[in-house]
Design a protein around this ligand. Structure first.
Ligand SMILES: Cc1cc2nc3c(=O)[nH]c(=O)nc-3n(C[C@H](O)[C@H](O)[C@H](O)COP(=O)(O)OP(=O)(O)OC[C@H]3O[C@@H](n4cnc5c(N)ncnc54)[C@H](O)[C@@H]3O)c2cc1C
Ligand SMILES: *[C@@H]1O[C@H](CO)[C@@H](O)[C@H](O)[C@H]1NC(C)=O
Ligand SMILES: *[C@@H]1O[C@H](CO)[C@@H](O)[C@H](O)[C@H]1NC(C)=O
Ligand SMILES: *[C@@H]1O[C@H](CO)[C@@H](O)[C@H](O)[C@H]1NC(C)=O
Ligand SMILES: *[C@@H]1O[C@H](CO)[C@@H](O)[C@H](O)[C@H]1NC(C)=O
Length: 535
């Protein structure tokens, strides 16, 4: 008995070894396919990283921005491709399709749920780190930027050529243009100039068939969809043409922090009536967080002008805040990016560093969003404040960002981003924690879900709106195998896109009817065999 047991064990082990060494796994066929698409001038073998390669982990981790998705049990890609030519991207799409592998495209890696580098089905990553060129044309006030360039690099290249040109985008300089533009993209200038996506005038996209399309050849429907419909649904955007905007040589920033004893609740309550009505040259936000064990509300602004003008404006509109000139800092527009990015003490060249680890978020975090259409009563704000005093909220931030200005004038259908007129402000909830607290991660996630439940009665309803760039898988997801029904997808889809969701599905049906490009929250095609359950 003993020996026959050993014998069968041996056979079993041999069988395992044999299957490991001899069976062709899908990604081996894939690699074989890729190696055959190479051409002499730019061999694709130089940009393929397998797990055995000593650089694999460092490339994978280089832009993981949320360590929740860097655990040993987080699914890893079979291969990472860092294309350096368009033909590398085309070959990777073709071979992935042929061999049944999913692609996750990564630009800056800031997705709140890690969707650009994690998938539960076998997948590869196309990392656009080598697509980072930026070409600024001051005379025509336009720029071409490739998707792997980050916002800081774009700002730096603009500022290098002009002190009075800018682009309306976010303050965290390591955010990738690829994902950020795809989801709309707001920042310090959005009340005056709209979202980043509102200022995109052309783009280059590779579709599921490997075709290279620009605005003209893709047509206005697809061009509409890629400016706010979220990354990952329509193809791989390689570059964007931007319309630059004017800024004065001097801009002014302030931040005033208040405790509950300093009437923070009353001031926030009042701000809800004032923020969205401010002139469009003022960016205005309130952030709530814990500083040295005390919850504080910080009122911040960036003003496109000098401090005297800003002080008199705020004294007229919001005298309760008590802004005085000493609170104000005048600076150039490029320095306002460093100021709000909390890197004001770093050299300007820090903006070029796409791997810089920002202190704007905790190493581990979970985030959610809301839109507010009616002022929240003081009682409601008090409840939120007391949740911020709880232990789990030590590294939590809740931000209110005033809407209004041009955001209320751009029609809801101008691009897929629908949160325009009627919004007083948007809320970002973020709860963070450190490595040694990660064993208790569930506590923090439960905390933010409780806050979200609590806020439900004060925020937008039917749908409860959310911002796609603040990705939140709690609000609903597609099936992993791509057979999501319209009814399932529209649960999360209507929150992000309202009625634009239907139009997005029509575009998806046109450009990728087989739903090759898919993730947990990508637009499903309307009519496909995979989608039968919808009918
Ligand atoms: C610290 C921090 C600060 C932030 N600040 C702001 C802010 O001020 N304003 C704001 O609006 N948002 C902000 N965000 C959210 C940010 O806009 C989104 O996370 C955005 O998707 C990040 O883009 P990325 O290229 O870095 O992300 P990635 O993780 O690379 O991509 C995000 C999504 O887009 C897809 N994708 C990426 N590249 C492409 C491409 N080239 N073509 C097609 N699909 C693509 C990915 O597959 C994924 O689904 C912030 C996020 C963080 C972490
Ligand atoms: C890793 O992969 C790169 C790109 O294919 C290659 O140039 C390099 O030699 C590889 N390194 C190792 C140690 O295998
Ligand atoms: C080979 O690569 C170059 C550079 O990307 C490209 O221009 C060319 O079209 C490619 N040729 C083929 C046959 O793929
Ligand atoms: C928090 O505490 C530290 C150390 O005691 C102190 O240096 C810092 O100024 C405090 N911050 C605030 C905002 O009070
Ligand atoms: C489709 O989705 C359901 C879950 O809703 C799943 O049970 C089923 O196996 C999926 N796959 C196919 C190919 O239908």
């Amino acid at each position: 008995m003993e020996s026959s047991h050993h014998f069968s064990m041996l056979v079993f082990l041999l069988a395992v070894l044999f299957s490991l060494s001899c069976a062709t796994l899908p990604h081996e066929d894939f690699l074989h396919c890729l190696s055959h698409s190479s051409n002499g001038s730019s061999p694709i073998s130089n940009v393929i990283f397998k797990p055995q390669n000593s650089s694999f982990s460092s490339i994978l981790e280089s832009t993981i921005r949320n360590l929740r998705f860097s655990a040993s049990d987080t699914p890893k890609p079979l291969v990472i491709v860092t294309p350096s030519t368009t033909s590398h991207v085309q070959a990777t799409i073709r071979c992935s399709r042929t061999h049944g592998l999913q692609i996750r495209t990564r630009s800056g890696g800031h997705d709140f749920e890690g969707l650009s580098y994690v998938s539960r089905v076998p997948f590869i990553i196309i990392d656009l780190v080598n697509f980072g060129s930026i070409d600024v044309d001051v005379e025509n006030r336009v720029a071409w930027v490739q998707s792997g360039a980050v916002l800081g690099q774009l700002y730096y290249r603009i500022a290098e050529k002009s002190r009075t040109l800018a682009f309306p985008a976010g303050t965290c300089h390591t955010v990738g243009t690829g994902g950020y533009f795809s989801g709309g993209g707001y920042g310090l200038l959005f009340r005056k100039y709209g979202l980043a996506a509102d200022n995109i005038i052309d783009a280059q996209l590779i579709d599921v068939n490997g075709r290279i399309l620009d605005r003209k050849s893709m047509g206005e429907e697809l061009f509409w969809a890629i400016r706010g419909g979220g990354g990952g649904s329509f193809g791989i955007v390689l570059s964007w043409k931007l319309r630059l905007v004017s800024v004065p040589e001097t801009v002014t920033a302030f931040t005033i922090s208040k405790t509950i004893q300093e009437n923070a609740i009353q001031l926030i309550h009042r701000w809800q009536y004032i923020g969205h009505e401010l002139p469009d040259g003022v960016y205005s936000s309130v952030t709530l967080n814990t500083v040295n064990g005390t919850v504080m509300a910080s009122f911040s602004s960036l003003f496109l002008g000098g401090s005297d003008e800003l002080v008199s404006l705020m004294q007229e509109r919001f005298p309760e805040l008590g802004l005085v000139k000493q609170d104000c800092i005048e600076m150039s527009w490029i320095d306002s990016i460093r100021h709000f990015g909390q890197i004001q003490n770093q050299p300007l060249e820090i903006l070029l560093d796409r791997n810089f680890k920002t202190s704007l978020t905790s190493p581990y975090y979970k985030a959610k969003s809301d839109y507010v259409k009616k002022p929240i009563p003081e009682m409601g704000l008090r409840g939120l404040w007391s949740m911020l005093s709880e232990e789990e909220a030590e590294s939590a931030v809740v931000g209110f960002f005033a809407y209004g200005g041009i955001m209320a004038e751009i029609p809801e259908t101008a691009n897929p981003f629908p949160h325009r007129a009627g919004n007083l402000y948007k809320i970002l909830y973020n709860v963070g924690w450190q490595e040694d607290e990660n064993v208790n991660s569930e506590r923090y996630i439960q905390w933010i879900r409780r806050v979200y439940d609590y806020m439900g009665s004060f925020v937008s309803k039917s749908p409860r709106e959310a911002y796609i760039n603040y990705r939140d898988l709690d609000i609903g997801t597609n099936n992993e195998d791509g057979n999501t029904s319209y009814a399932e997808a529209s649960i999360w889809g209507r929150k992000y896109f309202k009625n634009n969701f239907n139009r997005l599905m029509r575009v998806k049906t046109m450009i990728d009817p087989q739903n090759f490009f898919r993730q947990e929250q990508t637009i499903p095609p309307l009519i496909s065999s995979r989608n039968k359950r919808a009918h």
